[in-house]
Ligand binder design. Structure first.
Ligand code: HEM
Length: 435
């Protein structure tokens, strides 16, 4: 008599138990539409899994010392089978996660998914977003090449501009006054220990809160009796698998064609020209060239964080649930804001670089009023004027006004980042990307 293979069955039930555990048994059919979530949350989870696995492999190959780190990266490419490929996958997955997490944040906001019991999850999401940035940034130093050394020197140096405790924070991160062996040891511990631990805790919390809110956001309706629900297996699982496997396939292919960057070994005596921060901090670096450091490093981030944390608690500012932009035709407000915000920022960057900087004396350039509070006040008043115009003159609902303002802010962030990446050349001069 043939015996049934219990091991195989057990394996299958463990896997399905796990999948069922993080999902409910059934979900409203409306919430599994790709057009609602764009699969972005699933992509972020997939990328995190890829990062964990490739990160574990890299632990076996990487050596965290200023004398050995660079060489160990070179050996991954020259001596260890698939070592370079694994590093490439880890690098591209980490960078892609910054973009995916940002787009996921936007989709949550643009589909009104921060109301009805989702307020706390929005805040957990913000924590996850900062973890993504910090994970990338702490990993950036580990190859100990010129790119890494100077990007981290620039960014940790930015903390020094925070009044009172800025220097203390900078020294804490660096493990001393300069970027050196202690910085590498600190960043290694943060990157492979503290951050992965925080990801596990906050992701578990994030997923639990999604279940607690009854799944993804749905269009509000008075009659909830005729909501059609479908079993998670196979309806949702098959969609998640398609997104996950598709993404991993594309990533593996990309990583086999494009190597992660590795510049010359770190040389504290010679900075590259231009010396740039990591690309996701280039918006901040660009802003530092125009505004006073205290405003850029302290005032703007703190103000933005307060607004983002409080946003879901102001019900009238949140878009109606479950519809992109709150309804058909409303997207124009966001797109218009984005185009306007980006266009004005590009113009101001050019104007400041070519005319104002030349006209203002060095003394004036360092002045916190000239370069700090006055421009900030102008920005806040301009946003307030848009607010008044839309809500009073065109009788737009408050959530629509917030939508337009969010478009403007997104446009400002994108245009500053694009300028930093493509339009800054030697000496951080404005240049055209081609030629
Ligand atoms: C590592 C980063 C993140 C991971 C792995 C992650 C994962 C997920 C997943 C799998 C979902 C359900 C599917 C989907 O909505 O696509 C979700 C939903 C959600 N996420 Fe995230 N997320 C991350 C970052 C963020 C950020 C940055 C925010 C916002 C600040 C955020 C806020 C939310 C909210 C409010 C929901 C519920 C959406 C709804 O009910 O429709 N998450 N997240």
């Amino acid at each position: 008599m043939e015996m049934p293979d219990h091991r195989e069955n057990r394996g299958r039930s463990l896997l399905s138990d796990f999948l069922i555990h993080i999902h409910p048994r059934t979900v409203p059919v409306e919430t599994i539409r790709f057009s609602l979530s764009l699969g972005l949350g699933g992509m972020a989870v997939t990328l995190l899994c890829v990062l964990f696995v490739t990160g574990l492999f890299q632990l076996l190959m990487y050596s965290p010392g200023t004398e050995t780190a660079y060489q160990s990266i070179q050996l991954m490419y020259s001596e260890i089978p698939l070592g370079g490929w694994i590093r490439n996958i880890h690098f591209w997955a980490g960078n892609l996660l910054v973009i995916v997490a940002f787009l996921h944040l936007l989709r949550v906001f643009l589909t009104g998914a921060l109301r009805d019991g989702r307020q706390l999850n929005w805040i957990i999401g913000l924590v996850l977003f900062f973890l993504v940035l910090f994970a990338n940034f702490s990993g950036y130093l580990l190859p100990w090449d010129q790119l890494a050394f100077w990007a981290v020197t620039i960014f940790t140096g930015m903390f020094g501009y925070i009044p009172l405790f800025g220097n203390w924070l900078m020294q804490l991160l660096r493990g001393g006054n300069e970027v050196g062996a202690f910085t590498l040891a600190n960043f290694y511990a943060i990157h492979v220990g503290i951050i992965p631990f925080c990801f596990v805790v906050f992701c578990a919390w994030h997923f639990w809160l999604i279940r607690k809110a009854g799944g993804l956001v749905q269009v509000e309706r008075s009659d909830t009796t005729n909501i059609i629900r479908v079993p998670v297996v196979p309806n949702l699982i098959s969609r998640e698998a398609a997104v996950g496997f598709g993404l991993v396939g594309a990533l593996l292919l990309f990583a086999s064609v494009f190597d992660a960057p590795l510049a010359e070994p770190a040389n504290p005596a010679m900075s590259p020209n231009p010396a740039k921060a990591a690309w996701y901090f280039l918006g901040l670096q660009e802003l530092l060239m125009h505004l006073h450091p205290t405003i850029v490093i302290l005032v703007i981030p703190v103000l933005s964080l307060v607004v983002l944390v409080l946003l879901p608690y102001k019900a009238s500012a949140v878009l109606p649930a479950g519809k992109w932009f709150g309804g058909a035709g409303e997207g124009l407000k966001f797109i218009g804001g984005l185009g306007g915000g980006a266009g004005v920022t590009f113009f101001l960057v050019f104007l400041d670089d070519k005319l104002i900087h030349a006209a203002v004396s060095q003394q004036g350039a360092a002045d916190i009023w000239m370069r700090g509070f006055i421009p900030l006040l102008v920005l806040i008043l301009s946003l307030f004027a848009v607010y008044q115009l839309l809500s009073r003159k065109w009788k737009t609902a408050q959530s629509g006004v917030v939508l337009a303002l969010a478009g403007i802010v997104t446009g400002i962030i994108l245009s500053l980042t694009i300028t930093g990446i493509w339009f800054r050349g030697p000496g951080m001069q404005l240049v055209l990307p081609i030629g």
